[in-house]
Design a binder for this molecule. Structure first.
Ligand SMILES: Nc1nc2c(ncn2[C@@H]2O[C@H](COP(=O)(O)OP(=O)(O)OP(=O)(O)O)[C@@H](O)[C@H]2O)c(=O)[nH]1
Length: 498
């Protein structure tokens, strides 16, 4: 099917709401697409990925021979058991369920893909969340015979919380329903309702037989002449890759390097934006300002660094920087404060207890935090209900986070690295939740603010003077004032001038 034919199909309504309407007009995005497959146990995720690998010729000859041998007479259709391409671990085969996230690579002549195979079993929600956190698109499988299940809703919700905006609903095992079009329409309709309640608009529903390879890479016209929409691969080839969300430079400092008296550099992996020598940066949470003089990677001096680069940053003055601080661009800063709002998924049997102090880890920073749930997601209705008790394992909740010391975050929407965190139980050292920052709260009034605030580091007397002015009192939500020694303040002001 051609791009325009796909867009036309979308317009005729076979496809629920197809992203190609927009993308068809744009130049094709050729960057590798990251996707996850999710759905309930046995919906056919492994079979689908196996089929994708098989039909795009991503399976090596020796693997193919092993598959044919291992599959033996495993199904009535005489087809190989494609799921065996995925279930690499012996333990998995014995248990019959996938127990961790597996990443596979495949390509068509138009694009390459990285797919995360995430398990459907309820207790493995965390793996699903892990897979979703890096994905551009989610393929949600449902068994055509059963339709949407609670687990389907849970996965669609987690994928949305993780910021995925493009969904394919793969109505699988269609060969077992006699290729019934009415059934397809009914399930697509139900899913559209769910997706709309989650705020997702880019949905393509495809009737499919992963086992027989219908509408996966090759079309299924022989069995479903009534379906004129795209195959799964056609949708994937046209989907868009999420760009690095934040415009501002972010370097969570992992290590301070001091090989000799004359050299001091700050090492880490750039978590957003870009930086070049001469840029003004702020060290958070202290608020000190400096200019970048040099960017060094493994053994090269570079003129710029972008998100994903592991670098050592050299600044033009002695500033107090330690592991866990964040170096950010002066003009686009994350939020600094003592109270934030977040959404989290509870990952352990103990759940999350209100008022308990946990360790919160984000990048290289670890801080004490108290967690207070405020709402709980009802996975049946998709609604948030007021809830201030604990969160049980697998529950998805909105919470308030209260820190002992200044914390620095972007919202997850803006930056998936500096807006994400895990919670560690100090008693057991277990990771008990994974979460996303949704915004900052004013610790006094509880007002939720999403904008970045200006941070001013001033000598105490100047800070007091400024705070007493009318101008400042009218705009106090926009700035954080830090009282520092006169010497440090001079450094800061010098840095801003320079
Ligand atoms: N008839 C038919 N059977 C299918 C189809 N897709 C998968 N199956 C079968 O359904 C069963 C479950 O498939 P899997 O691919 O293992 O399912 P899964 O979702 O990966 O399961 P977990 O890894 O346990 O979460 C296997 O017996 C498959 O052969 C299909 O399109 N048609």
């Amino acid at each position: 099917m051609t791009v325009s034919a796909i867009a036309q199909t979308a317009a005729t309504g076979t496809v629920t709401a197809f992203p190609a309407i927009e993308t068809a007009r744009l130049p094709r995005d050729t960057r590798p697409l990251r996707l996850i497959t999710c759905g309930s146990v046995d919906d056919g995720k492994s079979t689908l990925i196996g089929r994708l690998l098989w039909d795009t010729k991503a399976v090596k000859e020796d693997q193919a021979a092993t598959l044919r041998r291992d599959s033996g007479k495993q199904n009535d259709l005489g087809l190989p058991d494609f799921a065996l391409l995925l279930d690499g671990l012996q333990a998995e085969r014995e248990q019959g369920i996938t127990i961790d996230v597996a990443y596979r690579y495949f390509a068509t002549d138009k694009r390459s893909f990285i797919v995360a195979d995430t398990p459907g079993h309820e207790q493995y929600t965390r793996n699903m969340a892990t897979g979703a956190s890096t994905a551009d698109l989610a393929v949600l499988l449902v068994d055509a015979r059963t339709g949407l299940l609670e687990q389907t809703r849970r996965h669609a919700t987690i994928a949305t919380l993780m910021g995925i905006k493009q969904f394919v609903l793969a109505v699988n095992k269609f060969d077992l329903t006699g290729y019934d079009r009415a059934r397809f329409d009914q399930i697509s309709h139900e899913f559209r309702e769910l997706a709309l309640s989650l705020g997702v608009r880019q949905i393509t529903a495809i009737p499919m037989s992963a086992l027989k390879g219908e509408n996966v890479v090759y079309d299924g016209k022989a069995s479903m002449p009534w379906y004129d929409g795209p195959t799964l691969v056609e949708v994937l080839e046209l989907a868009t890759v999420r760009s690095a969300q934040t415009v501002g430079f972010r370097l969570p400092v992992q290590r301070v390097s001091r090989p000799g008296e004359s050299f001091r550099g700050y090492q880490g992996t750039v978590a957003g934006g870009s930086v070049k020598p001469g840029d003004s940066v702020v060290i958070l949470p202290s608020g000190m300002v400096a200019n970048v003089t040099k960017i060094v990677t493994f053994d090269l001096v570079r003129n710029a660094a972008v998100a994903g680069d592991a670098i050592t940053l050299v600044l033009d003055r002695q500033v107090d920087v330690s592991r866990g601080d964040m170096i950010v661009s002066l003009e686009s800063q994350p939020q600094t404060g003592l109270a934030f709002d977040a959404q989290l998924v509870a990952l352990q049997l103990d759940g999350i207890q209100p008022g308990k102090r946990y360790w919160l880890k984000s990048g290289s920073r670890r801080q004490r935090v108290t967690v207070q749930p405020s709402s709980l997601l009802d996975l049946k209705s998709g609604k948030w209900n007021h809830h201030t008790d604990g969160l049980a394992m697998n529950a998805i909740g909105k919470v308030h986070l209260a820190f002992d010391e200044q914390a620095v975050f972007d919202s997850y929407e803006q930056n998936r690295t500096t807006g994400a965190f895990i919670l560690i139980d100090p008693d057991t050292n277990n990771t008990v939740a994974g979460g996303m920052i949704t915004g900052k709260r004013s610790s006094l009034s509880g007002i939720h603010t999403e904008d970045s605030r200006v941070i001013l580091s001033l000598p105490a007397d100047l800070a007091d003077q400024l705070m007493a002015t009318e101008l400042f009192s009218a705009r106090r939500e926009e700035a954080d004032i830090r009282r520092v020694s006169a010497g440090k303040a001079a450094e800061v002001l010098d840095g801003i001038d320079g």
